[in-house]
Design a protein around this ligand. Structure first.
Ligand code: PGA
Length: 264
């Protein structure tokens, strides 16, 4: 059986400028250092806003010697064209320049508030991979879709948009399942419900290639907190978490990372 190293990602959304992002990143690094994580037990990703990416990357580089677990930087979005007349946009090569290793793509807030489509998400996933950035591609159903019993159908459609792109570089990209109704609401999918969707996603990836399915990490997101993380992370197809609100508090975020370790 493939061992997938748990990945805990913090999506800071539209919070924190440069100095306070660096302070939060430092608090996370120190919290992780105090947490006695065995080598190779977990990986951590922090996603500050665009304007703080370079500063947080530099801070992490300075702290490299004290990093007990890998901590890397993600952007929260990108534009899928490398350069040109696209006022206000930021491309994958620019994110690499700023020290990013990862990029969150297709978050439900982008889909709902900024009109991102499955096709657009696929273009961004492909642009990220082409540039050497690791995508965290997000999927999730709304409350209405869930109530109508169409969760698995919606997730299948969203995953199928970018699955082939991810399969070209197995293990590089990550998929985050975030039920829209659980994001920022305090309402969390129960471990059984989340596991069922994760298992369906993995089965869908296996239709392309079993090895791809085995190495692809699937994160759960939506109101993950230190007190519910352990139950979710214990599920066989949940390989980590994409954390919003709780990632803004270093102690809570480190507590979620600690929930990947065996109890005791
Ligand atoms: P939340 O956000 O943890 O605040 O629910 C998760 C996300 O939007 O990635």
């Amino acid at each position: 059986m493939t061992k997938r190293v748990p990945l805990i990602a913090g999506n800071w959304k539209l919070n924190h400028g440069g100095p306070s992002s660096c302070a939060l990143a430092l608090d996370v690094v120190r919290g992780l250092a105090a947490g006695a994580f065995p080598r190779g037990s977990v990986e951590v990703v922090l996603a500050p806003p665009f304007t703080a990416l370079a500063a947080v990357s530099a801070t992490l580089e300075e702290e490299a010697a004290s990093l007990s677990v890998p901590v890397e930087v993600a952007a929260q979005n990108l534009y899928p064209v490398d350069e040109g007349a696209f006022t206000g946009e930021v491309s994958a090569p620019m994110l690499l320049d700023a020290g990013c290793k990862w990029v969150i793509i297709g978050h439900s807030e982008r889909r709902q508030l900024f009109g991102e489509t499955d096709e657009g998400v696929e273009a961004k996933v492909s642009a990220a991979l082409r540039a050497g950035l690791r995508p965290i591609a997000c999927v999730g159903e709304t409350w209405e879709e869930r109530s109508a019993g169409s969760t698995l159908e919606v997730i299948r459609r969203q995953v199928s948009a970018f699955a082939a792109a991810l399969a070209a570089q197995p293990g590089v990209g990550v998929i985050a399942y975030e039920p829209v109704w659980a994001i920022g609401t305090g309402q969390v999918a129960g471990p059984d419900e989340a596991q069922a969707v994760h298992a369906a996603i993995r089965a869908q990836l296996a239709e392309i290639n079993q090895q791809f399915a085995d190495v692809t990490r699937l994160l759960y997101g939506g109101s993950v907190k230190p007190d519910n993380a352990r139950g979710l992370l214990a599920c066989p197809d949940i390989d980590g978490a994409l954390v919003g609100g709780a990632s803004l508090k270093a102690s809570a975020f480190v507590g979620i990372a600690a929930a990947t370790l065996p109890e005791g």
